[in-house]
Design a protein around this ligand. Structure first.
Ligand SMILES: *[C@@H]1O[C@H](CO)[C@@H](O)[C@H](O)[C@H]1NC(C)=O
Ligand SMILES: *[C@@H]1O[C@H](CO)[C@@H](O)[C@H](O)[C@H]1NC(C)=O
Ligand SMILES: *[C@@H]1O[C@H](CO)[C@@H](O)[C@H](O)[C@H]1NC(C)=O
Ligand SMILES: *[C@@H]1O[C@H](CO)[C@@H](O)[C@H](O)[C@H]1NC(C)=O
Ligand SMILES: *[C@@H]1O[C@H](CO)[C@@H](O)[C@H](O)[C@H]1NC(C)=O
Ligand SMILES: *[C@@H]1O[C@H](CO)[C@@H](O)[C@H](O)[C@H]1NC(C)=O
Length: 374
C-alpha cells in the first residue's frame, strides 16, 4: 500500500467517525455484540439499573455447529408498546421470529433450530425500565434416542422435551426389568403431528411383539401396563412439522401370583391388584366372603373405575358364580358409592380385565350384620 493510499484511508475513516458518529442510534457499537462461546450471558445496557433511551442493540450468538442455542431469560421488564426484545431463529433479523417480548418478569426460555440466534433490543425516547438478563447455553442437536432402561423406575422422553423434537427421528426405548416384575408406563399428554409422527408401544422386547397402541395426540395422561417384564417404545417423526412430543415414566411392580382370596372376618376390605396403581391386564380374581350363619353382608365400593365393557366386577349373592348374579359393574360416577346387601351369609365377587387399557380399579369394604330376628 502506498503512503498516499494509506493517508486516503485514514481520511475516509475520520470522515465516517465524524459524520456518522453523531447518528448514534443507527447502531451503537457498545450495543452490538457477537458471541461465539458455547455459553454466556446477555443483558440490556446498565442492567440491573434502567437502560437508556433510544437504544438499538443486538446480540448475535453462534455456538458450535450441530448445536441449538437455548436462551433463558431470567427476567424481562421493558416499557410495553415502545421498547421490546425480539429473538430471531438464525443469524440476523431477516430470520423467523422465535418471540417478541416486553414484560416477562418470571423469565422465559426459547430455543433456536440451528446453531445461531439473533436478539435485538430497542427503546424509544421516553420511559425506561430495568431491561432484561438472560443466559444462553448450547445443546447438542443430534437426538440421542436409542436406550435400554433396566432400573425399576425410570423415565423416557422425546428428544429435547419440553422443547419440540426434531424431524426424521427413529427413537427406541427398551424397558427390561427382572422376570418377577411387570411394568406400568405413564405418559403425560402426548403431542405429536397426527398422521405423521407417532409413539408406538409394544408389549414385549421389540416391534414384533403385540402392539398396545399407536398414539399422536392424547387428551390427557395415559397409563399402559405390560403383560410381562418388557416394554418396547418407538417414536418416529417425518421430515416436517414438529411438536412438543412426550414424557413418560415407568414403575416396575412385583407380579401378583394369585388374586383369589377367602375372607371370613366380620369386617374386611379388598382391592383390585396394585390399587391405587393401575390393575394388570388379564386379571382373573375372585373374593369369597363368608361370615357365620345368622349374618348378612353389606358390601360397598367407595371407588370403582375399570374399562367398561371388557373389564368389570361381578357380584354373586352366594358362595360361587353359580349363585344369583346381583350385577356387573365397571364404575361408580358422580361421587356415588355402590352398596350391596347379601341375602345369605356369603358373597362371591369376581374381577376380570382384558388387554392393554387399564385403570385404577376398585377398593371395597364389607361388614357382617346380624340378621333381624322376627
Ligand atoms: C432457566 O434459568 C432458571 C434460573 O436460573 C433455571 O431455574 C431454569 O432451570 C433454567 N431453565 C432452563 C430450561 O435451562
Ligand atoms: C426505572 O424504571 C422504572 C419503571 O419504568 C421507573 O419506575 C423508575 O423510576 C426508573 N428509575 C430510574 C432511576 O430512572
Ligand atoms: C412446537 O410444538 C407446539 C405444540 O406442541 C406447536 O404448537 C409449535 O408450532 C411447535 N413449534 C415449532 C417451531 O415447530
Ligand atoms: C411420573 O410422572 C408423574 C406425572 O406424570 C409424576 O406425578 C410422578 O411423580 C412421576 N414419577 C416418577 C417416579 O418420576
Ligand atoms: C381377621 O381378623 C384378625 C383379628 O382381628 C386379623 O388379625 C386378620 O388380619 C384379619 N384377616 C383379614 C384377612 O383381614
Ligand atoms: C361408567 O359406566 C358407563 C356404563 O356402565 C359408561 O357409559 C361410562 O362411560 C362410564 N364412565 C366412565 C367415566 O368410564
Amino acid at each position: 500500500m502506498t503512503q498516499r493510499m494509506a493517508n486516503l484511508l485514514v481520511c475516509m475513516i475520520s470522515f465516517l467517525v465524524l459524520h456518522l458518529g453523531c447518528c448514534q442510534s443507527v447502531q451503537d457499537t457498545e450495543c452490538s455484540n457477537y458471541l461465539t462461546e458455547p455459553s454466556g450471558v446477555i443483558f440490556s445496557p446498565n442492567y440491573p439499573l434502567n437502560y437508556s433511551v433510544l437504544l438499538n442493540c443486538f446480540w448475535s450468538i453462534e455456538v458450535p455447529e450441530d448445536n441449538f442455542v437455548i436462551l433463558n431469560f431470567t427476567s424481562i421488564r421493558t416499557e410495553c408498546g415502545y421498547d421490546y426484545v425480539t429473538v430471531y431463529d438464525g443469524s440476523g433479523a431477516l430470520f423467523p421470529q422465535l418471540g417478541w417480548f416486553c414484560y416477562q418478569p418470571d423469565g422465559i426460555v426459547v430455543r433456536s433450530t440451528s446453531n445461531t440466534m439473533h436478539v435485538t433490543f430497542s427503546s424509544d425516547s421516553v420511559v425506561t425500565d430495568q431491561g432484561f438478563y438472560a443466559t444462553y447455553t448450547s445443546m447438542v442437536s443430534h437426538a440421542q434416542c436409542v436406550e435400554t432402561l433396566s432400573d425399576l423406575e425410570g423415565s423416557l422422553q422425546s428428544p429435547f422435551y419440553p422443547f419440540n423434537y426434531t424431524n426424521n427421528l427413529l427413537c427406541t426405548w427398551l424397558i427390561q426389568v427382572p422376570d418377577e416384575y411387570i411394568l406400568q408406563l405413564r405418559f403425560t399428554k402426548i403431542e405429536t403431528e397426527c398422521s405423521q409422527d407417532f409413539v408406538y408401544v409394544f408389549d414385549g422386547s421389540d416391534s414384533a411383539a403385540q402392539l398396545m397402541g399407536r398414539y399422536c395426540d392424547t387428551p390427557s395422561e395415559m397409563v399402559l401396563v405390560s403383560t410381562a417384564n418388557l416394554l418396547y417404545v418407538v417414536f418416529t417423526s417425518d421430515t416436517a412439522i414438529t411438536k412438543r412430543g412426550f414424557y413418560a415414566n415407568y414403575t416396575a411392580l412385583e407380579k401378583i401370583s394369585s388374586c383369589n382370596e377367602v375372607l371370613t372376618n366380620l369386617t374386611g376390605e379388598f382391592t383390585s391388584p396394585y390399587y391405587p396403581m393401575y390393575y394388570p391386564n388379564h386379571a382373573d380374581c375372585s373374593w369369597l366372603i363368608e361370615v357365620p350363619v345368622g349374618y348378612f353382608i353389606s358390601l360397598s365400593f367407595p371407588y370403582l373405575d375399570t374399562e367398561c365393557g371388557p373389564d368389570f366386577i361381578a357380584v354373586y349373592d352366594g358362595s360361587s358364580s353359580s349363585d344369583r348374579l346381583l350385577g356387573t359393574y365397571c364404575n361408580v360416577t358422580g361421587g356415588q358409592r355402590l352398596t350391596l346387601d347379601s341375602r345369605s351369609n356369603s358373597f362371591y365377587i369376581t374381577f376380570i380385565s382384558n388387554t392393554f387399557v387399564t385403570r385404577k380399579g376398585f377398593e371395597a369394604y364389607y361388614e357382617a350384620c346380624e340378621e333381624f330376628q322376627l
